[in-house]
Write a protein that binds this ligand. Structure first.
Ligand code: CP
Length: 323
């Protein structure tokens, strides 16, 4: 396999169309492992993957662990809580410790934007670094699993079927909320993105972003192929970005009535964790339109693909494990 990924996965802006497609196509092949009675292939035997989580996570942490184990890597789970980080140990000393343990890849979640970049570019260790979410900045594997899920459910609805189509070309995706790392990847893959948010949450820099903006969810919904509801961050509620959760819910919450205005084929997504009853009504989250559980399932395949491509799994190993 001709691996085109960089040595690290830090940002979706690092991925061109070809590299992003390579990950999605590899994930599609690897998804077959998850359907087998024995969900295991030998590709990364002898390699060590460290999950370095300084912040809480359910989906990302568990799915990286499952992905690494399905590829037969050794997995070390490190949580900031309960470690020497709580005694004040620095990121550098933590990295040196991981290097001494022979980490081949480090999956890092951190509340500070740029922490994965610091880990990747400082001369502290010789491991591949994967950004598993750094504050509100980037979450590239989330963006990739979202793109994978869109392609899985909607590729039959695209009008642009030219050779080389990504399976997302021409799709219209609305992203509702204030954390927008998905915009760049969706644009790279040919989708049209509309960001929907109250004026106080609309990022100021969207002028330079490859997307449109709207303050009205009701106007946008009848014209979308998919809507991604993003979690309202609790600090936003406390920070006066909107008058009340009730008002946010009334204007921007995806209710059953609003979901009914979407085209029949349109899907509902949410990266989790959800605030049920705030940005999304429970009955919508659990409705046939919702692909939220598929997003979680696809996260394992996409993270397997990222580990496989970064750590240099061989073509024959892929064949051995999947064929
Ligand atoms: N979507 C997401 O990153 O979820 P977790 O915080 O549970 O990992």
């Amino acid at each position: 396999m001709n691996t085109q990924m960089k040595a690290h996965l830090l940002s979706t802006t690092d991925l061109n169309r070809e590299a992003a497609l390579q990950i999605l196509d590899t994930a599609e092949e690897l998804a077959r492992v998850s359907d087998m009675p024995i969900k295991k292939m030998p590709t990364l035997r002898g390699r060590t993957v460290v999950n370095l989580f300084f912040e809480d996570s359910t989906r990302t942490r568990i799915s990286f662990e499952a992905a690494a184990k399905r590829l037969s890597a050794d997995v070390i789970n490190f949580s900031g809580k309960g470690s020497s980080v709580s005694k004040g140990e620095s990121l550098k000393d933590t990295a040196l410790t991981l290097a001494a343990m022979g980490a081949d890849a480090v999956v890092i979640r951190h509340s500070m934007s740029g922490a994965p970049h610091r880990l990747a570019h400082a001369d502290w260790m010789d491991a591949h670094v994967i950004n598993a979410g750094d504050g509100t900045h980037e979450h590239p594997t989330q963006a990739l699993l979202d793109a994978f899920t869109l392609r899985q459910h909607l590729s039959d609805h695209i009008t642009d079927r030219a050779e080389g189509s990504t399976g997302l070309d021409g799709l219209h995706v609305a992203i509702v909320g204030d954390v927008l790392p998905n915009v760049h990847l969706l644009n790279t893959l040919g989708a049209k993105v509309t960001v929907v948010a109250p004026p106080t949450l609309m990022p100021l820099h969207t002028d330079n972003w490859p997307c449109e903006g709207s303050y009205s969810l009701d106007e946008v919904l009848p014209n979308v192929d998919a809507v991604m509801m993003l979690r309202v961050q609790h600090e936003r509620m406390d920070g006066g970005f909107f008058p009340s959760t009730r008002e946010y819910s009334q204007r921007y919450g995806l209710t059953v009535q609003r979901a009914a205005t979407m085209p029949d084929h349109a899907i509902v997504m949410h990266p989790g964790p959800m605030n049920r009853g705030l940005e999304i009504e429970s009955r919508v989250a659990d409705s046939p339109r919702s692909v939220i559980v598929d997003q979680v399932r696809n996260g394992v395949s996409v993270r397997m693909a990222v580990l496989y491509l970064l750590l240099g799994g061989s073509e024959s190993a892929l064949g051995d494990g999947v064929a």
